[in-house]
Design a protein around this ligand. Sequence first.
Ligand code: XIL
Length: 412
Amino acid sequence: MKNYVALALAAPALVAAQQSLWGQCGGIGWTGATNCVAGAACSTLNPYYAQCLSAAGQATTTRSTTPATTPATTPATTTAATTLRTTTTPSGPVGTGLDSLIKAKGKKYVGFCADAGTLSNSQNAAILKTEAGQLTPENSMKWESLSPNSQGSYNWGNADQLVAFAEANGKILRGHTFIWHQQIPQWLKNINNKATLTTAIQTHIAAVMGRYKGKIYAWDVANEVFEDSGARRSSVFSNVFGDWTFLDVAFNAARAADPAAKLCLNDYNLDYSSAKLTNFVDLVKTLKARGVPVDCVGSQSHLVVGNGAIPSYKSTLDTLATTNTEVQITELDIRTSASPSSSQISQQVTDYKTVVSGCMKTAACSGITVWGVSDKDSWVPSTFSGQGYALIWDNNFNKKSAYQGFVDGINS
Ligand code: XIL
């Protein structure tokens, strides 16, 4: 038996909605239903997550820290522990999906990227309902998707659809992404003076984060700001500003727009020792030292089966943790040849286990997002010629052996 914390509400919640068995019913930032269907009780597994478990055998009935009708206002840095009291829940895994497994081990989520297109596939949606605790928009919240034609004009449809699915199914969200050199509109790329660009960054972040305020756990405020060499990457932002202060503008705007959202700097190739990793960590420390609100670092983790750096993946998470921020694995996939050999398939199982285990053994690592469900929908085949097989469900939505590698990593 293990002790967990929970808050007893002084009065019954005045909410009609009832969460189903295994559904989320509370936790920091949770704004959905806090009552469970008959026969189930809301049990707090950790300050971030309470779940409707079968009432039989439950020692204590507990409720959410946040009433269903109140948007999350808790600042990201506030600990809930001071307002919680201790109760007990059964030990061992709860539920059946990866997200339930990882939560039972004290982590915050297993998530997947998704969007209207993949959600419209019922097999994909069913897997997300069972396996995911968090969803990240694969494309729909990118600047080019939201505001392709002119400043101030927005297409919200696809992003709204993902947010609605997440809310209806009790999933938290990661927002992705504002400052990036790719998938940004031409009108933005055409801006060539600092004052205009500053206003464009501030108004866009205020519009998007304002619309989804209280609904997004963490935002990738900036993405891929380093070249692979470790140099500052060329983009409209770095070129117009001539230094890193475009990040000050973006992170400050983000904090103002939704003070409860965790604000992340996200990048790829942070998986092994390199000038890029060193400079990334130094930049986060420098930004924090001058008061720029960076709460989390995202390591995309687009990996290759059998890569020699994977066995030391945990040590790079440790390096990222020296930023004193939350570390999130944000876009995990481990690709190999599109028609893999049996040894590549078994190596992939090992590699998934190693990466997931690295997160489990790193206190700062809060959660893992996998960049897609089925190999059928992965970005890999169209991006890396001849490669594929990167995810943990196959083209027909069958679990691959890599799924077991993921589970073994959680249990390691
Ligand atoms: C990819 C998407 O998966 C594709 O659908 C899209 O065509 C291109 O972008 N790093 C990121 C993600 O931060 O946004 C990228 O997603 C993959 C690499």
